[in-house]
Design a protein around this ligand. Structure first.
Ligand SMILES: N[C@@H](CCC(=O)N[C@@H](CS)C(=O)NCC(=O)O)C(=O)O
Length: 221
């Protein structure tokens, strides 16, 4: 059985968890925060979660884990078979990660942890988020899923990146990133009806107090 290391508030952890649930693969969660201990760096070289424990060892980096699960071939496919369509899904995943998820992270300290960030960083965060959303509008199909008519890994990246990006944009810039992006709104509503997505959201809510306590203790240390 797979072991999924990470914590229920982590969006990347939740991406892998949703893929496992959608595929119907058995796994056990080992709750763990990212850290720089020698022991953890031995299985996750940058100290980040998620990590997937498999028969032969450990796999880190969300996209590598998702590729591994896909290549194992068990359960529902979350990538198309046809190479061109498959490449489009992978490009969308990458675009969401690089141009939406990562720029949103620049704003996390101020948006979610009550710290101030430098004006220059805020300016960059806003410009990159707007460019990232414009990229998704250009490339996403939203018919109704990000890459077309089937649920795919691109929807998983979308679901667990867009909410955080919207939270940052609202808090820092009083900006609704999806104001004129109704197809994205509709897809979010559709995805949020999925029972696995609901279960992950409930687990996240339950884990939030412990996560905030850990984050505050880390900030004081
Ligand atoms: N590139 C990594 C990013 C994972 C990541 O940023 N994980 C966060 C939690 S959402 C983490 O472990 N943070 C802990 C830390 O940086 O100490 C991936 O795709 O898995």
């Amino acid at each position: 059985m797979f072991k999924l290391y990470g914590f229920a508030v982590s969006n990347y952890f939740n991406m892998v968890k949703l893929a496992l649930l959608e595929k119907g693969l058995a796994f056990e969660v080992v709750t763990l925060y990212g850290n720089q201990s020698d022991e953890f760096l031995g299985i996750s070289p940058r100290g980040k979660v998620p990590v997937l424990g498999v028969e032969q060892g450990f796999i880190n980096e969300t996209s590598a884990i998702l590729d591994y699960l896909e290549e194992c071939g068990a359960g529902k496919a979350l990538l198309p078979h046809e190479p061109f369509a498959r490449a489009q899904v992978r490009a969308l995943m990458k675009e969401i990660e690089l141009y939406i998820e990562l720029p949103a992270r620049l704003g996390y300290p101020e948006a979610f942890f009550g710290m101030e960030i430098a004006e220059a960083l805020k300016t960059r965060c806003k410009a990159e988020l707007l460019a990232g959303i414009a990229t998704l509008k250009r490339h996403g199909r939203f018919t109704p899923y990000v890459a077309g008519d089937s649920f795919s890994l691109a929807d998983i990246y979308f679901l667990y990146s867009i909410d955080l990006a919207c939270g940052v944009a609202k808090k820092l810039f009083n900006l609704d990133l999806l104001a004129d992006f109704s197809s994205a709104h509709e897809l979010l509503a559709l995805l949020n009806q999925n029972p696995h997505v609901k279960c992950i959201a409930a687990d996240k809510e339950a884990a939030m107090p412990a996560f905030l306590a850990m984050a505050q203790a880390k900030a004081k240390a």
